[in-house]
Structures are given as C-alpha cells and as structure tokens.
Design a protein around this ligand. Structure first.
Ligand SMILES: Cc1cc2nc3c(=O)[nH]c(=O)nc-3n(C[C@H](O)[C@H](O)[C@H](O)COP(=O)(O)OP(=O)(O)OC[C@H]3O[C@@H](n4cnc5c(N)ncnc54)[C@H](O)[C@@H]3O)c2cc1C
Length: 555
C-alpha cells in the first residue's frame, strides 16, 4: 500500500466501514479494537475524526494489537504526507517508547483519547479478558501472505470481543474470510474501498444465537461520587472518574489538599529495573508512563516536575544505568492539578469518621454522626486511615520516613539527573526561595510520629556518602552546622508492597497502599479503578491488574 493512500484507506475502509463517526454520536464511551497497529494511520484517522466531531463520545478507547511495533520515526514518516495529522502524529511519536511485550496505555486529549497497545501475538492478545468493542478494524495482516492468522479461530477470538451490533471493517474480501465471519455471527456487506485496495468489507455482529459470557450492555452510569482523601491516590481517582462524567466530591480531614504523605516537597519517579523484568518492573513502567504523560499535560516543566531520566547506582562494582524515563515531581502540584479538573469539588476540614450504606446509597458520617455527604459510589483513599473506615481488615501498614533537604547555589555541581540506589539524591529543584536538594529516606515500620530526628539525618547522610561521595561532600556543611531541613511523612503499605485497588462492596471502592511509590502508582490506580468500574479496556496487562486488585488482600 502506498503511503499516499493510507489516510484515505483508513477513512474509507475502516472508519466509514464501521459507520464512524456517526455511530458513536452522543455516546459516553466508544471502544475500537484494531488487529495490527502498523504505522498508526487508522488510529490517527480515528483520533482526528473524534477531535473534529461535535457529537464525539466523552471517551474514545482505541485498543490495538501489534506483535511488531515500528519505531517512532516510522510513525512520523508515514503520517508526514498528511498535514492534517500533524501534530497528532508528533504527539503519538512522543509517547511511543519502550514498546516492549505487554500492554501500554498512551493518553491524549487530557486522557479522553486512550490508546492501549498490546505488544504481542494476536492470538495471545485476543485471549485477554473481553473488551466489548463497539467497532473492529480487522487489519494488519493479509490472508494471502499470512493465511494462518486468518483462520477461523482468530476470527472467533475477535468475535468474542464484540457485542451485538458491533461493526467490523476490513480490506480483506477473500471468500474464506467472508465464510468464517458469517460462521462467527457476522452479517456481511461489500463496500467500495480505498483506491489501493479497491474494496473493503463491512460486517455487523448479529449472531442468531445468544453469545456466551457477554458483558452487560449497561455500563455504569456516572452520577455523584465521593472520594475520601485528597492525596495522590484520591486526587488521581477523582480525576479519572471526573473524566468519565462523574461529579466528584473529594473530602479530606486537612484544611488543604496534599496534607499527608503527598506533602513530600519533591519525589522520585523512578523505574524498578530487574534482569528478569519482574512484576514490579512492569508495574512501575506502566505507572511511570501514565504519570509522565499526565505531568507533561498539566504541570509546569522545570517548576513542578522534570523528567531527565534517573541514574541508577547499585554499588561501586556495577556500572550506573541511566533510565531514560523518570525524574522528579512535586506531588502537591500534581494533586492540585488533578483536583482542579472539571467536575471535581474539594472539601477540606471534612474528616470522615465512618461510612454506612442505606438503600443503595453510601453515607459518610462525621464524628458527631452527622451525614457529611451521600453518594452511590465512594472511593476510599485515606492511606493508613482507610482501614478504620471499613469493617473488613485491610492489611495496611504505616511506615514513617524522613527526607533530609537543603538549598544550594545555581552553579552547584550536584547532579542534574536524580540518582537512585541505596538512598537517593534529587537536586536543582526550584522552590520559592531558590534551588534545593533532597536525599533520603528512612523507613520506620509501624511508626507515625512526625517529629524530625537527628539520627535520621545522620542515616541519610551516611547512605548519600556511599552512593555519591562528591555530592555528599558538597552538602556536608548543612549536616555539620545543623542547617539541614527535614520533611517527615507516613507511607501506607500493603503486606506485599503493592497498591490495593478495587471494589470492597457494591459502590464502595478503594485505592490505597501506594507505599514509597505514590508518584508511580496513583495515576495508574485511578485509571485502573475507573476502567474496572466502567468495564473498559484496562490500562495494563490483565495479570498486572490482578496483582493490584484489593481482592488478594481480602481473600
Ligand atoms: C519519607 C518519604 C519519602 C517518599 N518518597 C517518595 C518518592 O520519592 N517518590 C514517590 O513516588 N513516593 C514517595 N513517597 C510516598 C508517597 O509520599 C506516598 O506514596 C503518597 O503520597 C501516598 O498518597 P496517598 O494519597 O495514598 O496518601 P496521603 O497523601 O497520605 O493522603 C491521604 C489523605 O487522606 C486524608 N485522610 C485521612 N483520614 C481521613 C479521614 N478519616 N477523612 C478524610 N480524610 C482523611 C489525609 O488528610 C490525607 O490528605 C515517600 C513517602 C515518604 C514518607
């Protein structure tokens, strides 16, 4: 296929073949499943159609399965002939990195266009839980060249992700494909297609039988919801729900947002590298991708965050490794940005004492037993206070910690890139009165007092001296003369150190236990919670989502 016909084909065969954009008019969400992302033109065409459509759905999910992702430069090259695709193609290319095996969520338009790319073999990807696609772009392979992929089992697996009425479009018009689609429950209609492929095929999923295991058609309707806790976890969940049309009230005991652990002045957004790319490595990669995307979209680069990568230093014998993704973020800036999204109302000085359910409505009560708010949906994100609000024991542990910090001159030789290993150093962070460095942190399990400790400063300095001797020398005076400052906070961790996200009871959800990685996990957990609630495509692999599910702690 010549590149000059690519956009035309995307529009004629795939969009029009699926009746788009008319078919999605007025819907809250729309899910397109594409088999084969290729050079991304079908996605860009769908995104552009969404952008220009006054009747566009509130949220567009585009789920693509691609075993062999191209390079970002190839995406740009293929979109280059079409001026209208720029800057969409640049936005896509900017997020197109680390496309390793697994699911990757790329967010555009403030999180209202969500691209999930499953980098894996089609058959395997189609075995993931059902998507309930509204449109299917059957693309990316050719029945003449790869006949095995076009066999009945593949089409059956595609049909598994369709609802009654899902439209499917494809360039393939070969007889065996038509026959197999009919066998899978599609009714067919031939259409004029793009010049390059001459014709396309459109089909409607309308089986004569009742498809097994179909998800209910009525996705939950957004209404009023209350989130308890205005730290990273609560604010991220509120933003994810508000984007889906919920009117969200966020209650917090404190008189300002980000008053708990999220008042950390600047935190690391750092990947976890493991030689076998273990669960934590994959989870942190998914989380960092989402936080970075959201920080770039909402915060001031240089003032609220900087993502120059993170240098990982394990020990003197192992060469340092630069992780290109990551950097530092001011958590409170992120919390405020999330809370300032449309449909969110923040209420301080609102300590929730307990919750109860009556007639399907959740009531949130204060210490006097007065009702502070009611809602059909409540999300608990009150860190280690979460357990006290809900009967079932959640295995939450408080872990106190102290960061040591001080100011430095702008010409300082402290590293520009955050360094992480046994301890960490972040420098060149702009505060109101100049630049600051941060190093830490200590871990005291089961402790919650916030008084700074001299012993913690000594511990932080000792570790910094081993990690980065030159930097330690440069800031040693602050430790020696007592001008070093302390920030203390209490982390909330689960037994296995992974967040707890999910449903506790009908209408009662939780997002907590961010541990030492609230910046990495909060956005991911907010999106996962919202996706589960709405029956949407998940922002990460199914098995990784299971690893975060609160169900594991309640079992
Ligand atoms: C020393 C230290 C260093 C850290 N360094 C990093 C780092 O470098 N990178 C990183 O990603 N993370 C770091 N963290 C972890 C990070 O701070 C947390 O993971 C994150 O802030 C947790 O967010 P949260 O929203 O779950 O909790 P919190 O920010 O604690 O928010 C909980 C909120 O719930 C409110 N609340 C509690 N009870 C009630 C109630 N009954 N009613 C109403 N509101 C209530 C509280 O007022 C609070 O605002 C660090 C933590 C510490 C302590």
């Amino acid at each position: 296929m010549g590149s000059s016909s690519g956009l035309e084909q995307a529009r004629q065969v795939f969009l029009q073949g699926c009746g788009l954009p008319q078919a999605w008019a007025g819907s809250r969400q729309w899910v397109i499943l594409e088999t084969g992302f290729g050079l991304g033109l079908n996605f860009l065409a769908a995104w552009l159609a969404w952008k220009h459509d006054p009747k566009r759905p509130g949220l567009l999910h585009f789920v693509a399965i691609e075993a062999w992702p191209v390079a970002a430069a190839d995406l740009l090259r293929s979109a280059a002939p079409y001026a209208e695709l720029d800057p969409l193609a640049s936005g896509l290319a900017a997020q197109w990195h680390d496309m390793l095996p697994g699911a990757h969520r790329l967010e555009f338009e403030g999180g209202r266009v969500l691209l999930t790319v499953h980098v894996r073999d089609l058959g395997r990807a189609l075995r993931e839980p059902r998507l309930r696609a509204d449109s299917v772009f059957l693309d990316g392979f050719d029945p003449d060249r790869t006949p095995a992929m076009w066999q009945l089992p593949t089409l059956k697996a595609v049909a598994r992700h369709c609802r009654r009425g899902t439209a499917l479009a494809t360039c393939a018009v070969a007889d065996p494909v038509r026959r197999d689609l009919v066998q899978c429950g599609f009714t067919l209609e031939a259409v004029e297609g793009a010049a390059a492929k001459r014709s396309g095929l459109r089909a409607l999923f309308s089986p004569a039988w009742e498809p097994k295991g179909q998800r209910p058609a009525n996705r939950v309707a957004p209404a009023h919801c209350v989130v308890v806790g205005a730290g990273l976890a609560g604010a991220a969940a509120a933003a994810s729900l508000a984007r889906r049309g919920w009117q969200v009230t966020v209650l917090d005991a404190a008189d300002a947002p980000a008053a708990g652990a999220s008042s950390l002045p600047a935190g690391l957004l750092a990947p976890n590298f493991s030689a076998d790319d273990n669960l934590l490595s994959r989870l942190t990669r998914s989380g960092i991708r989402l936080t970075s995307q959201q920080a770039r979209g909402m915060l001031r680069e240089g003032a609220d965050f900087r993502l120059p990568g993170v240098l990982e230093v394990r020990d003197a014998a192992t060469p340092a490794r630069l992780h290109e993704q990551g950097g530092w973020v001011k958590p409170a800036a992120l919390v405020r940005a999330w809370l300032s999204q449309p449909n969110i109302q923040w209420r301080g000085n609102s300590k929730v004492d307990r919750i109860r359910v009556e007639g399907g409505e959740w009531q949130l009560l204060d210490e006097q037993g007065a009702t502070m708010a009611t809602a059909s949906l409540v999300v608990l994100a009150a860190a280690h206070a979460t357990g006290a609000l809900w009967d079932a024991a959640l295995p939450l542990q408080a872990v106190r910690g102290q960061v040591s910090w001080g100011s430095h001159a702008s010409g300082s030789a402290l590293p520009l890139v955050p360094v992480n290993g046994n301890g960490h150093l972040i420098a060149h962070v702009p505060l109101d009165d100049g630049l600051a460095w941060f190093c830490g942190s200590t871990f005291q399990r089961g402790e919650t007092d916030l008084l700074p400790r001299a012993a913690d400063h000594a511990y932080n300095f000792e570790r910094l001296s081993a990690l980065l001797p030159a930097a330690a020398t440069e800031i040693s005076a602050a430790f020696a003369d007592g001008s070093v400052q302390a920030w203390t906070g209490v982390r909330c961790a689960s037994a296995d150190r992974r967040p707890l996200v999910g449903e506790l009871a009908p209408g009662l959800w939780v997002s907590t236990a961010m541990g030492s990685r609230g910046l990495t996990f909060a956005a991911l957990c907010g999106e996962l919670l919202a996706a589960r609630l709405h029956g949407e495509p998940l922002p990460l692999d199914h098995n990784l989502a299971q690893a975060l599910d609160v169900a594991r702690a309640l079992a």
